[in-house]
Design a protein. Structure first.
Length: 168
């Protein structure tokens, strides 16, 4: 079972309920299957670009200079961790540990950098047009104009690009 989390802000009750709800479904599955083994993955989308500056963190002016960049490439405004994402991921883990959740933490940055997603990304690119044919009719016009199933990071600006891919 997997639950996702975007560490663009501090963990809160909504973050808790995502993990709690998935844990309830996991436990129900285990009960219905007579104890089939399961695991819970708490997946951090920490390569997402920072879309806005949270109002409950220090150094908002510094964060504004990093809008659009992957969360693991943004300095920690608290000055305690390697990045803003690392700070928020640590807070999430401490939060979940405090309530005794049984989970495996996974960072998207670590998975992308290790190559764990490479083959899946190649599959997306091989089927790019078929994916667009399914997705575009489901999106509002303004989102459809910039939709791509992959979001490359600009080598020049370091920003996560939300643009249609013109060359695959």
């Amino acid at each position: 079972f997997e639950t996702g989390y975007g560490p663009s802000g501090l963990p809160h009750i909504g973050t808790f309920q995502e993990v709690f709800r998935t844990t309830l479904v996991r436990r129900a599955y285990e009960t219905l299957t007579g104890g089939a083994p399961t695991r819970l993955v708490a997946f951090s989308d920490d390569m997402d670009g920072l879309r806005k500056v949270p109002d409950n963190v220090p150094n908002p002016d510094m964060l504004r200079t990093h809008l659009g960049k992957p969360l693991t490439q943004i300095p920690d405004p608290f000055g305690k961790f390697e990045s803003f994402a690392h700070h928020n991921n640590a807070m999430l883990r401490a939060f979940l540990d405090q309530f005794g959740f049984d989970y495996e933490f996974v960072s998207s940055t670590e998975r992308y950098q290790s190559g764990a997603f490479d083959e899946a990304l190649r599959g997306v690119l091989r089927n790019y047009q078929a994916i667009l044919d399914i997705m575009l009719p489901t999106l509002r016009a303004e989102r459809a104009a910039t939709y791509s199933p992959v979001m490359p990071i600009s080598a020049k600006s370091g920003v996560v690009l939300q643009v249609p891919v013109e060359v695959v």
